[in-house]
Structures are given as structure tokens and as C-alpha cells.
Design a protein around this ligand. Structure first.
Ligand code: CO
Ligand code: ZN
Length: 346
């Protein structure tokens, strides 16, 4: 496994609609592995590895990460206000470092809120909300005014690290999926299906890039790659853990965006059994993936999600087990090599 590429993907910055940096990395990686590659008007990168023309498989992994747009610049104090793009828990944002991406370069900032020391008893009881937060650049209002504009975007700043048997950092959602997609395409040897590896945009605001790219590709089979909740942490009863780290790649049965095609679920499971690839079955009560858009494209397609179990999703310490990442690559590559034989009739 190339930790270098995963680190690069994790540390790159790109919120929904501002995925330029990720597009550049994905193009560089996928161009030599595929026959044609292009970018559509939503910024999706669509890479086609030619097959026999009888069966089209589209893989979707989203390149956007949750973040913010600058919504207000206080020209007197220099503090910045933010509009979230994607779902955040304000509790995990407080006291974090950020990068403000401006036309003239990136600025380091800190997310602050009023100190608890000056709050009333009443105020202290209220849960923190994103609207209570602001960004401090350490610059005067005059300087900030010259550098930052409303509409500049903000990402959380975090190093990617190997931590024990895990990897840990920001945006494993869904740079892990992007990584698995690239590595699986690299690993595929003989294949008859036409493979479309698509780095999708704007997933975090409603599967938008997957919608237009699926329309263009019109796949027979759609596979979303994304992280899923691993709540195998103290205080969660076993039946509510969804997935567990180190127990293998997760074959999704359902979430709130899609119910996976039953024959694809069975086929993924059978391949995993045959190749002795560790796997677990996943039912996620809340949350969705690009499979929701793939499945409902035009007259529909047979869709499934292959998930990488991840702890602390949507925080800067998202963590996944290296063995689960490897299992995900192995299972996807094995599926792609025989995808043309998959029976998807119902
Ligand atoms: Co997400
Ligand atoms: Zn995701």
C-alpha cells in the first residue's frame, strides 16, 4: 500500500464545488491507468478503461470534503464568519486550525468561540453551534480585508499519520474511497467490462456530481466507494456498532440513500469468501453514498456500496485500519476482473 498517495489525498484541500486540487491528483494517477479521461461541467473526473463494450461498470468515489465558505469579513476586527458546506458537529470544530484558501494563497487560522470563562451559567448549558464560531487569522482588520473575500473557502488543517495499525487524519471520508478506486484500477489485470473510475464532486451536499456523471456514463452496474461508521468504541452496544475496525471491508446492504442490489451483495460476498478476503456486512441506519444517485440514474442501475469502516467520521481524526483498506482494494479488483459475468437480473 502506498501511504504516500493516501497522505497526499488526505491532506489536499477541496470542499464541494472547489475540488481543483483533488482533480489534479486524481488525473495524474488515473491517466496512465486508463484509456480516456475527461472532466465534466460539475468537475467530476471520468476515467474510462476500455473493455469489450458489453457491460459498463461505474465506480464512484467522492473527492469533496466538508468545509466552509467565508460568509463575512469583519473589516474592523479581522474576524471571519463561516457558512458550512456539508454536515458538521460544532463540538468537533472548536479550537481547530484551518486553512483559508484565498486567491493569493493559503492562510493559517484558528477556529475560536467566546471563552467559557465569560459565559453566563445559562450560556454554558447551550450546545455549541457553528454560528457561534469564527476564524481568527492573527491579522488586523485592514490586512484581512486586503487578503480575504466572501466566497473564499476554508478547510480543516490536519496531518495524515499512521497510528498503530490505523491511519488517521482528516477527509478519510472520502479520500480513502478515492485511494481504493485508484489502487483497484491499478491492480486489475484481465477484464471484459468497461470500467469507468469516477472521482465525483459535491457528494457532501447531496450526491450532485454522481448524478450528472452517472447520466453520462449510464452504467449497468454502479459501485460507490465510501467510508462508513465504525462505532466500535466504548459505550456503544455491539448491535449498534454498524462496523468494526480490522474486521474487513464492508459490503453494504442498506443506508438511507439506497438498498444495494441483492445479487451484487451476494456476488461481492461470494468473491470475498472464495478469495479469503475479510469482510463484514453493513446496515447503516442514517447516512448515504453516491450509490443513491447511481441506482436512480435514468431507468436505474444495479448499485452497491463498498465501505471502508472508519471511526470518528467528519472529524480531523478519522481513523481506519490498514488491513480493511487492503481488503477493500482486493475485493473491488477481484469483482472488476469478473464483472462481465455478474448476473443482475431480478
Ligand atoms: Co461525508
Ligand atoms: Zn463520504
Amino acid at each position: 500500500m502506498s501511504m504516500k498517495l493516501l497522505k497526499k489525498l488526505s491532506e489536499a484541500a477541496g470542499i464541494p464545488g472547489r475540488e481543483e486540487a483533488l482533480r489534479a491528483i486524481v488525473k495524474e494517477e488515473l491517466r496512465p491507468l486508463t484509456d480516456e479521461i475527461y472532466t465534466d461541467s460539475l468537475g467530476n473526473v471520468i476515467a474510462h478503461k476500455k473493455g469489450s463494450g458489453k457491460c459498463k461498470v461505474m465506480i464512484a468515489a467522492h473527492i469533496d470534503e466538508i468545509g466552509f465558505f467565508i460568509s463575512h469579513v469583519d473589516e474592523k476586527s479581522g474576524f471571519l464568519r463561516i457558512e458550512p458546506v456539508g454536515g458538521f458537529d460544532a463540538r468537533v470544530l472548536m479550537a481547530k486550525r484551518v486553512l483559508v484558501h484565498t486567491e493569493s494563497g493559503d492562510l493559517i487560522g484558528a477556529i475560536g468561540a467566546r471563552p467559557v470563562h465569560v459565559m453566563s451559567e445559562e450560556e454554558r448549558k447551550k450546545p455549541l453551534e457553528v454560528k457561534d464560531l469564527f476564524i481568527d487569522l492573527g491579522l488586523s482588520g485592514d490586512k484581512v480585508k486586503k487578503k480575504v473575500m466572501v466566497g473564499d473557502f476554508v478547510t480543516l488543517r490536519q496531518d495524515f499519520v499512521e497510528m498503530g495499525d490505523h491511519v488517521s487524519g482528516k477527509t478519510l471520508d472520502d479520500r480513502l474511497g478515492v485511494y481504493v478506486m485508484i489502487e483497484a484500477v491499478r491492480r486489475v489485470k484481465k477484464h471484459k467490462a468497461d470500467i469507468y473510475a469516477v472521482a465525483t464532486t459535491q457528494e457532501e451536499v447531496g450526491l450532485r456530481g454522481a448524478k450528472t456523471s452517472a447520466y453520462a456514463v449510464t452504467p449497468d452496474i454502479g459501485i460507490a466507494l465510501d467510508v462508513t461508521i465504525a462505532s466500535d468504541v466504548p459505550g456503544t452496544p455491539e448491535q449498534d456498532q454498524v462496523t468494526r475496525l480490522g474486521k474487513g471491508t464492508a459490503i453494504k446492504i442498506k443506508d438511507s440513500s439506497s438498498i444495494s442490489h441483492p445479487k451484487l451483495v451476494r456476488r461481492f460476498r461470494e468473491i470475498a469468501e472464495k478469495k479469503k478476503i475479510p469482510y463484514q456486512m453493513e446496515i447503516l441506519p442514517r447516512g448515504g453514498t453516491d450509490a443513491g444517485a447511481l441506482q436512480l440514474n435514468k431507468e436505474g442501475s444495479a448499485a452497491i456500496t463498498l465501505s471502508i469502516p472508519t471511526r470518528y467520521v467528519h472529524t480531523v481524526v478519522e481513523s481506519a485500519h490498514k488491513a480493511d483498506i487492503e481488503a477493500s482494494i482486493a475485493l473491488l479488483a477481484a469483482f472488476l476482473e469478473t464483472a462481465h459475468e455478474a448476473d443482475i437480473s431480478l
